[in-house]
Design a protein around this ligand. Structure first.
Ligand code: FBP
Length: 252
């Protein structure tokens, strides 16, 4: 059964979402004079190539204009900095009803699968899932294996299929996962996700052609789309990259 109006953040059942929550996650190291300005990235998101933009609450409050901005808004409800060297925990910073009042059509939440604090994140995720269900909007799980228990296995078939299955069993509508690195193992991850939609993160900026090749490979493996940030807005020609990714994701 299709739940919670996925249509508002997808096209032909697929997703191409622009992620722009890096200021919180990474500091300003990811930005240049252009892409540090949320207005520039929002206008890229509004190009028509994306089915959504993922922002933290503060940026959405000050820059996103429902009705004027075209890309559907997805609010990341939790987040953390990268300054502390400890088992990862990403606290909830925004509530579902606040996200909706900002115009959100979906919410996202990161679970660090395998972290010492996994239980706390799972229980927050479950509560958010109930609230999102009541509001009729989808919950996207940023499912990232991290921490001592999974060290060295963050990209393995075994752990990523576990993360995908966890998202299904917790009641997410969409999972965002790292890529295993090859289509065979990733097709097992997708199988494990069952009826859950599976999207893949972009990762650090790589050569443009290599990234397009990777995007094609990920879609061939059976993914439902991409949630990508740096490989788009750090590119010299972000609009061209967006156009090409749109072709790959929606015309596959
Ligand atoms: P990218 O495509 O730039 O990797 O963005 C995806 C994303 O999940 C962002 O939403 C988030 O800020 C970032 O990656 C987190 O990256 P990491 O935890 O690997 O530092």
């Amino acid at each position: 059964m299709e739940r919670n109006n996925l249509k508002s953040i997808s096209k032909k059942g697929r997703f191409l979402i622009l992620a722009y929550d890096h200021g919180m996650e990474h500091g300003t190291a990811d930005f240049n004079q252009e892409n540090i300005n949320p207005e520039k990235v929002l206008s890229l998101a509004d190009s028509g190539y994306f089915t959504g933009i993922a922002l933290q609450k503060g940026v959405a409050e000050r820059y996103y204009q429902p009705g004027k901005n075209k890309a559907p808004l997805i609010i990341k409800l939790n987040g953390k900095t990268n300054l502390l060297d400890e088992e990862p925990y990403s606290p909830q910073l925004c509530q579902v009803d606040e996200a909706i009042s900002l115009g959100a059509k979906a919410v996202g939440y990161t679970v660090y699968v395998g972290s010492k604090h996994e239980k706390k994140m799972m229980s927050q995720f479950a509560k958010i899932g109930r609230e999102a269900d009541q509001a009729g909007i989808p919950l996207i799980g940023w499912m990232y294996p991290r921490g001592k228990a999974v060290k060295g296995k963050e990209y393995s078939r075994e752990i990523l299929s576990y993360a995908a299955r966890l998202a299904l069993e917790m009641g997410a509508e969409v999972a965002k996962l790292p890529y295993t690195g090859d289509p065979n193992s990733f097709s097992w991850v997708i199988k494990a996700a069952g009826r859950l939609k599976v999207t893949v993160q972009g990762g650090p900026k790589t050569d443009k052609k290599d990234f397009f090749g990777l995007a094609e490979e990920i879609m061939t493996a059976g993914a439902d789309g991409l949630i990508v940030g740096r490989n788009v807005w750090q590119a010299d020609d972000p609009l061209e990259v967006a156009k090409k990714l749109n072709e790959i994701v929606f015309n596959f």
